[in-house]
Design a protein around this ligand. Structure first.
Ligand SMILES: Nc1ncnc2c1ncn2[C@@H]1O[C@H](COP(=O)(O)OP(=O)(O)OP(=O)(O)O)[C@@H](O)[C@H]1O
Ligand SMILES: [Mg+2]
Length: 275
């Protein structure tokens, strides 16, 4: 039997080689969200595989950020179910979802501007930040371990050179990397990044791309991105949304070549474009 390169929601996932809910670290089934009478998400079914880099793309207004809001519990789903590591979290409040290991960067400003970069990371590793991730399935790190985590993260974030600088003095790109690093230092199971490279110059985009790729090796990253070069380079799976629904899902090359995706993007102002 041959599998199509991309799957479409009308022919659902299970018989076609996509991961089942059991294989997914984060999953949504039949998710629906309304803003008043406007249907912003309709019947969205998503499987995010553990230790993968999974991109959500789609034209402006497709419902990508709304999907993140629903997954993190910032807004309530009108229909459907959400599961994290096999546990139903549909009715779990957003703070508790963070404690269960679902982190979202850039939702709150999580940096202590006057403390050094290293100190920010050490505190994050100890769960003493607004993230308060406290990862209940693991003990909070002691000081020595937290320092070691901070040191490792400094390298990973390409921030070792500015380890002693106050976080508030970093460039925009460096601060965004530090925010991702602080979310990661608290060891979430899944991290959600909404347009992590927006507003960045080329150098910072390169560093953020490297960081996301590296994080996917031993964590799970779900990210929204308009820059198709980045999406195609570092994603294991790409989900394309349009008008509140999932249009297509598959590996980057297959998604790029999908005629429906090309049609969806035609005439849209998407940075990088699909080529
Ligand atoms: N609070 C809200 N109240 C009413 N409508 C909303 C609200 N937030 C978003 N919408 C609408 O829901 C739709 C999806 O918005 P959403 O922000 O999820 O899109 P998006 O895919 O993230 O777009 P972008 O790429 O521009 O960030 C849009 O039509 C938007 O106008
Ligand atoms: Mg958005």
């Amino acid at each position: 039997m041959t599998h199509p390169a991309t799957t479409r929601p009308a022919m659902t996932t299970t018989a076609r080689g996509a991961p089942s809910a059991g294989d997914a670290i984060l999953s949504a089934d039949g998710l629906g969200v309304r803003y008043g009478s406007f249907v912003a998400l309709k019947d969205v079914t998503l499987r995010v595989r553990e230790n993968s880099v999974h991109a959500i793309i789609g034209p402006n207004g497709a419902g990508k950020t709304t999907l993140f809001h629903a997954l993190t519990g910032r807004i309530r789903a009108a229909t459907g179910r959400i599961a994290l590591a096999g546990r139903d979290i549909t009715r779990v409040p957003d703070d508790d979802r963070v404690r269960l290991g679902l982190a979202r960067s850039f939702q709150v400003t999580s940096l202590f501007a006057t403390l050094s970069v290293r100190e920010n990371l050490r505190l994050a590793a100890q769960g003493r930040t607004p993230w308060q991730a406290l990862a209940p399935w693991r003990s909070v790190q002691g000081n020595g371990a937290a320092l070691a985590t901070a040191e490792a993260m400094l390298e990973r974030l390409d921030l070792a050179r500015v380890a002693l600088r106050p976080a508030g003095e970093l460039s925009h790109g460096q601060q965004r990397r530090l925010e991702v690093g602080m979310a990661m230092a608290a060891r979430p199971r899944v991290i959600l990044l909404d347009e992590p490279t927006s507003g960045m110059g080329t150098d910072d985009i390169g560093a953020m791309t490297d960081l996301i790729r590296a994080l996917g090796r031993d964590h799970t990253v779900l990210f929204i991105e308009h820059n198709m070069g980045i999406v195609m380079n570092i994603s294991d799976t790409v989900t394309v949304m349009r008008a509140g629904q999932i249009l297509v899902e598959g590996k980057p090359a297959a998604v790029r070549d999908d005629p429906e995706v090309r049609r969806a993007y035609l005439g849209n102002m998407i940075t990088g474009d699909i080529r």
